[in-house]
Design a protein around this ligand. Sequence first.
Ligand code: 7RM
Length: 648
Amino acid sequence: MESSCKYPLQLSSVSEEYAAQYEESLKNPEQFWGHLARTRLRWIKEFDQVMDCDMNKGSFKWFQGGVINVSENCLDRHAERNPDKAALIWEKDEPGEQEVVSYSTLLDMTCQVANVLKKDGVKKGDRVAIYMPVSPLLVAAMLACARIGAIHSIVFGGFSAESLGSRIIDGSCSVVFTADQGVRGGKVIPLKQTVDEALKGCDCVRRVFVARRTGAKVPFTEGRDVWLDEAMSQESTVCPPEPLDSEDILFMLYTSGSTGKPKGIVHTQAGYLLYASMTQQYAFDFRSESDVFACVADIGWITGHSYVVYGPLCNGGTTVLFESHPIYPNPGRYWEMVERLKITHFYTAPTAIRLLIKYGDDWVTKYNRSTLRILGCVGEPLNREAWLWYNNVVGREKCTVVDTYWQTETGGITITPRPGPDNSPPKPGFPTRPFWGMEPALLSLENEVQHGPDVSGHLCFKRPWPGIARTIWGSHEAYLRIYFEPHPGYYFTGDGALRDKENDYRITGRVDDMLNSKGHRLGTAELECAMNHEPQVAETAVVGYPHEIFGEGIMAFVILKSDVEIKDKDIVGSLKELVKKKIAAFAIPTAFLVVPGLPKTRSGKIMRRVLRKIAADKASELGDVSTLADPSIVKQIVEIYKTKLIET
Ligand code: 7RM
C-alpha cells in the first residue's frame, strides 16, 4: 500500500494525519527518521546510513558515517540567527531573583568552560562528573563536555557522598564540577564538602572545578581544586566544536536497577538529540519562537537532561531552570512563577501535584495562569484525582494535560497524548498513544504477544528508536540481560501496562523489584543492601505500598540478630542514618516494621507478594500461604503491623 504521507513531513497531532504518519514511521523507518535527522539537525558531515539495529542482539547504530556536534546544534545555530533570544531563565531559590541568559551568552560561557577543560588536558571520551545546583553554569558545563567530546556524568545534588563517590569510580571520572554550596527551599546544601568526602575514596579525580553559588568559604585542596569563574576568565569565548561520530557517547546517567548497584545508562550523540528534540516539540506542541518551557525537574535526572536542556535548546527555545522547591516559600511558588515568567508549558511529577492539592486551590487561583497551554507530567502514574485537579484547577480546563510515559533508558517520551486541535478526548490515567516510530507490545510471561484491545502484559517496544540507550557503562552484558533477554526480540521496560478497548495505554506499575516513591526510582535491593550494613540487623526486606502523596511509600521489614536487645525506635534511627549516608535522604523508608522473621518459601525466597499485601493494609487478601516454610510468621507480622508500625 502506498503511504499517504508526503515528504517533507509536516508532523501533525491532528488525529487522522497522526495516524497516517504513525503508520509511515513504522513502515518506512529509514525514510522517516532519515528525513527528520537531515532536516532538524546540523551536520558537519551527513550520515551514510540511517539505521543499523538489531533488537535480538541489543545492537543499535543510528546515522552512521555522520559527523555532528551536539553543542553546536543547541547553541551556535541559534546564536547566529537570534543571539539575544533567551535560552535560559534561571529561577533561583528566592522568588523574583531570576536571571536570563541569551543564546550568545550561553555560547560564550560554554566555550570558556570547554577551553578550561581543554587546557586541563580533558580529551574526547574522558569522563567528567557534575555535582552542581541547577544553574546556567551547570548547563554550560554539560554543553562544554559535548563541545569537546567529553562524556558527562551528572549526579543529582541530593545524593550522598558515598553515592557520588561510587558513581565517580564506576565511570573513572578525572574531573568533577561542583559548587561551593547549593540552596534549595532556603536550605544550604554543602556540595563542595560532599565532593571532598566522596573523593577520599577515589584516586581517579585530578581536578575539581568549583562554581560560586553562595560565596561561602569552603576548604580547598591545593593542586586539585580551582574556582571555575577564575579559570573561565582566562579563557577565550571561542572554541570550535569537536567533530564527533553520531555514535560517540554524549553522556551517562545512573539509574536504579534490580541489583543493589545503580547502572550508568549510556546515550550517544545524534540519535539522542534527535529524539529529545522531536519529543519536546511534538509531545508538548512547543513553538520555539514564543513559548516559555518550564520543566521543573532537577537537571540531575533524565527528565532534566532531555526536557530542561537538550530538547528545548536544540529547538532554539527558552527553557526555565528551576532551582527551588514546590512549596518554597509557600505552596503558590509554581503559579506565582508561571505568572511572573509567562510560562506556556509546565512539566512536573505527579507527586508534586498531589502535594499541592493538599494546600488548597487558593494558592493556585490567586495567580494569573492564562499563559499556560500545556501541562505535562512524568515519573509515575498520574492518578485520576490528581489529573482532574491539574486539568480543572491549574489548567482551568483550558490546557492540554499530557501524561508522558518514558524512562532514563528510552532517552525521551515514548507514550503520550499529543496536544492538537482535533485531539481525541483526554483520558485521565492514560498516557494513551505511542510516539511516532514507537511500537509498544504487551507480552505474557511466556513471551506471547497479547494482541488486540483490552489486554495487559509486560510493556515492551518492538522497534528500535533513535533515543534508546546503547549500553550500560562497563557492563554490556547486564544491558542485554536486563532489557533484551526477558522477551527476546523486544526491549523490555520493566513496567506492566494495559491496552484498553480504544487501544490506549495505561501503565500499571513496575513488574520488577523497583519502587517509585516521590517520583524517584529506587531499587529494593539497593535499599536492603544499605540497611544490611547495620551490625545489629540480620536481614531486611523492602516493599512499596500505596501512599497518598508519594505515589508509593517505602516499607522496610527488619529482622534483628537473635541476641540483640534494642528498642525498635533506636534501630530505626540508625537505619535511617544508614540510608541517608549510603544513598540519599530522599530514599529513607517511610515506614519500618521490626519483625521476628520473614515469609519465606522452603527454598528460602522471600515472598514479597505477602509483604506487599501486608504493607498495603490488605492482609485479608493474602491468599494461599501454605507453601511458606513457616506460615505462622504471617500472622505475627500482621499483628505487628497493626500495633507497632513506625512511620517516619
Ligand atoms: C522519566 C523517568 C522510569 C519509570 C518507568 C515507570 C515510571 C514514568 C510514567 C511512569 C506511569 C507515567 N525516568 N513512569 N513515567 N509510570 N506513568 N507517565 O521517570 O528512569 O527515572 O523512571 O518511571 O515505572 O519505568 S526513570
